[in-house]
Write a protein that binds this ligand. Structure first.
Ligand code: HEM
Length: 496
C-alpha cells in the first residue's frame, strides 16, 4: 500500500513539475513582447474580457498602454498596425488561419469558407464562391436591383408606421429595423427573395433574438477553440439547435436545407441571383447549405451594425449631419431614386461619412488570429517566433492616434477630404483592413459598401432623425460581431 501511494505521489510530482515547466517555457517564448502581466500566463485575461461584452475596448486599452503589438495570451498577440494586418493576410504570405477559426463552424463536422483552415482547401472554396460574389456577376444577377427593392421596402415601412408629426410621436428601435433591412437585402441578393422581415416588421422565428444570444457563446468559443469540438460531441451536442426546432437557428437550418433542395430540383426554373451562380459553378448541396448560413450570419450582422453606428454618429454630430444634408440637397434633383451605386461615387462627403463610420465602428469583433510561419517574423521591432497567433484589433486600429492623429475618437468626415496623395492612400488602406485583406478579404465587401452608401443617402434624403435617449442613445455588446439594441429614435419627413 505505501509503495502504491509513493508511486502516486511521485506521479503527481512529475506531472506538477512538467506542468510548471511547460508554463514557464510558454511564458518565456514571448516575454520580450509587452502586455498585461496576467495575460502572459493563462487565457483568463482574454476570457474575462470576452465575457465582459466590452472586449474591443479592453483590447484597445491594452494597445494604448503597451503599443501596437501587445501580448494578450500565453501564445497570442494582438496587432493594431495596418501594415502588420496586411502583411499577415497578403496573398503570398506564409501566415495561415489560427485555431480561432474553428469557432466559424456552423454545423458540427461541416466546414465553410470561414472555418476552413487548410490553405489549399480555403483557396479552392474561395475560387468556387468568387463568381457569385464578383462584380461581373453583380451586374448579371442584378445585385443592385435587389438592394434597391429592399431599400424601398425599408423606406416604405418607416413611412407607413414610424413618421412622427406634431404630438403624434412614434419612437422605434433603429437597431432592430437596420437588422431587418440587412437580412432582407442579403436574402434578396443571395437567395433571390427577402425573408419578409420588413414586410411583417417582426423578428420572424425569433431569429434575431437567438442570434444575439448565441453570438457571445461563439465569442467564448473563439477564445477557447477546443470548446468548439467539445460542444459538438455527445451529450453536449444535444443542447445545440436542431433542424426540427420551430424557432431560432434550428429553424434556419431547416429553411437552408429545404431551400437548397428546391433550388437543386430540376423542375425549379433558373433564377438570377448569387445562389444560381454558385449552382452553375458546381457547388455541392452541402456547400450550398453553408452559403445560406454565411449569407445570413456574415452578411447581415456586420452591415446592419455599420449602418446603425454611422447613422448614430451622423445625427449626434451636427456639423457632419448638416454638411451631408447640404450635399444631398444639391445632388437630389440630378440623381435617381434610389440613388445608383455609380452616382454615390461622385459624392465626396457621403463617401467620407461611410469611411469615417467604418473607421470608428468596425462591426467585426472576432480577432481572426493568424499563425506566424515556422521561421518566425520581425514585427514592430520584435522577433515573433513561429507558431505564435496574432489577432486583428480592428477597434484599436480604427481609434489609433498613431494612425489617425489626436482626434481619432472624434467623428470627423472632413479628415477624408483634407487628406491627399500618400496620406489618403495610407488612410484608405488602414480602414480597408476592417474587411480583412488579401487571401482572407471579405467576399461581401462590394455588397456592404453599396448597401451603406445607398441607405445613408436615401434615409437622410427623406427623414430627419432624432435620438430619444441622449444619455444612452444605443446599447452595444462586443462579440464575434458587434451588435446593438435600444437605438430609440424618432423621425420626421424631410423633402429634399
Ligand atoms: C460592413 C460590413 C462588413 C465587414 C466590415 C466585413 C468584414 C469581414 C472580415 C473582417 C472578414 C474576415 C477577414 C479575416 O478572416 O481575416 C470577413 C470575411 C467574410 N465576409 Fe465580410 N464583412 C462585411 C459584410 C459582409 C457581407 C454583406 C457579406 C455577404 C455575404 C460578407 C461575407 C463574408 C465572407 C463570405 C467572408 C469569409 C471570407 C474568407 O474566409 O475567405 N461580409 N468579412
Amino acid at each position: 500500500m505505501p509503495l502504491k501511494s509513493n508511486y502516486l505521489s511521485n506521479f503527481c510530482l512529475i506531472f506538477l513539475v512538467a506542468f510548471v515547466a511547460h508554463r514557464i517555457y510558454r511564458w518565456q517564448r514571448l516575454r520580450h513582447i509587452p502586455g498585461p502581466t496576467s495575460a502572459a500566463w493563462t487565457i483568463w485575461w482574454q476570457l474575462s474580457s470576452a465575457l465582459s461584452g466590452r472586449y474591443h475596448e479592453r483590447l484597445k486599452e491594452a494597445a494604448d498602454t503597451y503599443g501596437p503589438l501587445v501580448r494578450i495570451g500565453p501564445n497570442q498577440l494582438l496587432s493594431i498596425d495596418p501594415e502588420v494586418l496586411r502583411r499577415m493576410s497578403a496573398v503570398r504570405s506564409g501566415y495561415t488561419k489560427g485555431k480561432f477559426y474553428a469557432s466559424g463552424k456552423i454545423v458540427p463536422g461541416v466546414d465553410n469558407v470561414v472555418s476552413l483552415r487548410d490553405p489549399t482547401k480555403h483557396k479552392e472554396m474561395r475560387a468556387l464562391m468568387a463568381p457569385g460574389f464578383a462584380g461581373k456577376a453583380n451586374e448579371g444577377f442584378s445585385f443592385e436591383a435587389a438592394m434597391d427593392r429592399q431599400l424601398l421596402s425599408f423606406i416604405s415601412l418607416l413611412e407607413r408606421k414610424y413618421v412622427s408629426s406634431g404630438s403624434d410621436v412614434r419612437p422605434f428601435d433603429m437597431a432592430e429595423k437596420t437588422q431587418f433591412f440587412a437580412l432582407d437585402a442579403i436574402g434578396d441578393i443571395s437567395l433571390g427573395q427577402p425573408f419578409g422581415y420588413l414586410e411583417k416588421d417582426q423578428d420572424l422565428y425569433q431569429y434575431n433574438e437567438i442570434n444575439t444570444t448565441s453570438l457571445p457563446v461563439m465569442n467564448v468559443v473563439s477564445v477557447m477553440p477546443s470548446l468548439a469540438n467539445l460542444v459538438h460531441t455527445w451529450p453536449l451536442r444535444l443542447l445545440l439547435p436542431k433542424e426540427g426546432d420551430q424557432v431560432g437557428f434550428g429553424r434556419l437550418m431547416h429553411f437552408a436545407r429545404s431551400y437548397v433542395e428546391t433550388r437543386l430540383d430540376p423542375k425549379t426554373p433558373r433564377a438570377h441571383d448569387m445562389m444560381q451562380a454558385h449552382i452553375d459553378n458546381g457547388m455541392t448541396k452541402n456547400d450550398l447549405i453553408q452559403q445560406v448560413f454565411l449569407s445570413i450570419i456574415a452578411g447581415s450582422n456586420s452591415s446592419a451594425h455599420a449602418l446603425r453606428m454611422t447613422l448614430l454618429s451622423l445625427i449626434t454630430s451636427p456639423p457632419a449631419y448638416s454638411a451631408l444634408i447640404d450635399e444631398i440637397r444639391r445632388a437630389s434633383p440630378s440623381v435617381s431614386s434610389p440613388i445608383t451605386w455609380a452616382q454615390t461615387q461622385s459624392l465626396p462627403y457621403l463617401q467620407a461619412v461611410i469611411r469615417e463610420g467604418l473607421r470608428m465602428w468596425p462591426p467585426v469583433g472576432g480577432l481572426g488570429f493568424k499563425t506566424v510561419p515556422p521561421e518566425g517574423d520581425y514585427l514592430n521591432g520584435y522577433f515573433v517566433p513561429g507558431g505564435t497567433e496574432i489577432g486583428q484589433g480592428f477597434h484599436g486600429l480604427g481609434r489609433s492616434k498613431a494612425v489617425w492623429g489626436p482626434d481619432a475618437d472624434v467623428f470627423r468626415p472632413e479628415r477624408w477630404l483634407a487628406a491627399q496623395g500618400d496620406a489618403l492612400r495610407d488612410m484608405t488602406n488602414a480602414v480597408d483592413t476592417h474587411f480583412g485583406y488579401g487571401k482572407y478579404s471579405c467576399l461581401g465587401k462590394p455588397i456592404a459598401l453599396m448597401e451603406l452608401h445607398k441607405a445613408v443617402f436615401e434615409l437622410v434624403r427623406r427623414f430627419d432623425f432624432c435620438v430619444v435617449n441622449p444619455e444612452t442613445p444605443i446599447k452595444t455588446t462586443a462579440s464575434i460581431f458587434l451588435f446593438a439594441s435600444d437605438f430609440w429614435v424618432t423621425l420626421t419627413k424631410r423633402n429634399l
